[in-house]
Design a protein around this ligand. Structure first.
Ligand code: HEM
Length: 481
């Protein structure tokens, strides 16, 4: 029997990107060679980006859906900028990873390089909102939402973040393996429901129903049916198929809570985002409609919950496979002294190595120079956040998890972009960072975690995010209060 087993063919292929070993080199960055980028002089033509992958749009989209990381790292072997066929667009989609190209897209006039979020699969679910609107409509919505994400507002969320973390970590027991993402999702859902709707874990029946439906919807969004539903909804403004049914159920609960809150509303009495938006008036003195409120609130729930939860899960997925970094983090948080900023460096490194949103995009309305190639007018240009964060010049030994890269060094604005940038930079970045700065050290302080499988977790795509396939599976060996 043993002889048969040893003769069985073993599947060996190239090491996947997420399992590439560290080379043991230093971590001091060098400046990449400059690369010209921006609107290309009208009337001139430039070289097209080299094309990666299968020329057939369906086949190449299936490859990307199957393994996004493999495809983008393979494409990057063609140079800083490459293109590929996609079901999303009859034209070739262009992807870039040079910081100068990133700068050109982030600082561009939004009329010339609008965000692609309005064309993404979330559009039929959330409708028109700060995430999906472009131009004047985006500016107006962003202005309305900004006060809810400034310093004073974030300080108000702090207490709920601490309470939710304590509540959920109190439930942990030793010995049993579990996905860390289950706990971190519960924490971030509590934070978002309380910040956005003012609904705490002791909600009344209508609010409790909304909480339940939101949780169910998020669970359903991970199923294979949901992936199929997404395909059916490509390029639509309203959902169809199974997605329509899920959204209708969610809407029922949302509109119920909005109607009750409107009826009982006293200006200034509450600080949650729904209450703040109920007080908003447009230039003609009109309040936001129920539909506008629903779109904005749902956007925040969807954008703010999984992203933060999986960033925390990834942080421990990486730490538990890098014992020296994990030990140092535990020493720092348990001693209560962190003079070098190791907690911050760990979070920054985790978001570099495993950006939960691995790609973002702009549609260039005019030909766009990206170094020695030009993206034609009206093409989708994607910023490969995952690729940018693994450039060997900016991040030597890029596959090594090394928080010390960021000790005493803040990353450059166009070199570390987990929250995107420019006028579309993540609206919830300050809230997310606040959650990370509270939850990551608290887990490291209270729990000794181990992994049963030392192999790195495979990243999988869910909607626009990249999450650990096993949810960041851990086991607690000891716990403290
Ligand atoms: C670690 C957690 C998070 C990550 C990595 C993340 C990442 C991103 C990224 C990459 C974008 C697109 C930026 C661009 O196109 O330049 C974005 C946009 C956005 N995010 Fe986040 N996000 C996180 C947490 C949150 C939270 C907590 C909220 C709200 C509660 C939120 C709300 C939004 C909104 C509303 C937008 C659209 C902004 C606009 O287009 O003006 N995000 N986020």
């Amino acid at each position: 029997m043993a002889g048969v087993l040893t003769r069985l063919p073993t599947r060996t292929g190239p090491v996947p990107w997420y399992a590439r070993p560290a080379t043991g080199g230093g971590v001091d960055p060098v400046v990449p060679p400059p690369s010209e980028a921006g609107p290309f002089p009208p009337g001139t033509t430039g070289a097209a980006a080299p094309q990666h992958g299968h020329p057939n749009r369906v086949r190449q989209s299936l490859r990307i859906a199957g393994d996004l990381g493999r495809e983008v790292f393979a494409g990057a072997e063609l140079g800083d900028t490459f293109s590929f066929a996609s079901l999303l667009d009859p034209r070739l989609v262009v992807m870039t990873q040079h910081p100068d190209h990133v700068r050109s897209l982030f600082t561009a006039d939004p009329e010339v390089a609008p965000s692609l979020a309005g064309e993404s699969p979330v559009r039929p679910v959330v409708g028109l909102s700060v995430l999906t609107a472009v131009g004047q409509q985006h500016r107006r919505r962003r202005k309305l939402m900004m006060p809810s994400f400034h310093g004073e507002a974030i300080a108000r969320y702090r207490e709920e973040i601490r309470d939710a973390t304590a509540r959920h970590l109190d439930r942990w027991t030793t010995g049993r393996a579990f996905p860390l993402a289950a706990t971190t999702q519960a924490i971030t859902l509590d934070v978002i429901m309380s910040g956005v709707f003012g609904i705490d874990h002791r909600a009344d029946p209508a609010e409790a129903r909304l909480r339940h439906v939101v949780r169910r919807t998020l669970e359903l969004s991970t199923s294979p049916v949901a992936r199929f539903g997404e395909l059916l909804n490509l390029d639509r403004e309203e959902s169809v198929g199974p997605q329509r049914w899920v959204v209708a159920r969610l809407d029922l609960a949302m509109y119920d809570v909005i109607a009750r809150r409107r009826a009982a509303h006293e200006p200034g009495a509450r600080h949650d985002i729904l209450s703040l938006l109920l007080d908003v008036r447009d230039e003609d003195g009109a309040p936001l409609t129920d539909r506008e409120l629903r779109n904005e609130l749902l956007t925040l729930v969807l954008a703010g919950h999984e992203t933060t939860a999986n960033t925390i899960a990834w942080t421990f997925e990486r730490l538990l496979r890098t014992p020296a970094a994990h030990d140092r983090l535990r020493d720092v948080v348990r001693s209560g002294e962190d003079p070098d900023g190791y907690v911050e460096a760990t979070i920054t490194e985790s978001m570099r190595a495993r950006p939960v949103v691995p790609l973002i995009g702009r549609r260039v309305r005019v030909p766009w120079q990206l170094g020695d190639v030009v993206a034609p007018a009206d093409s989708r240009v994607l910023i490969g956040i995952l690729l940018l964060h693994h450039r060997a010049d900016l991040y030597p030994d890029p596959f090594r998890f090394a928080p010390e890269r960021f000790l005493g060094r803040r990353p450059g604005a166009h070199e570390w972009v987990p929250f995107g940038g420019g006028t579309r930079r993540c609206l919830g970045a300050a809230l997310a960072m606040e959650e990370l700065r509270i939850v990551v050290p608290e887990i490291a302080r209270r729990a000794d975690l181990v992994v049963d499988d030392p192999a790195p977790e495979r990243p999988v795509s869910r909607n626009v995010t990249m999450i650990p396939a096993r949810g960041g599976r851990v086991r607690a060996t000891s716990l403290r209060a």
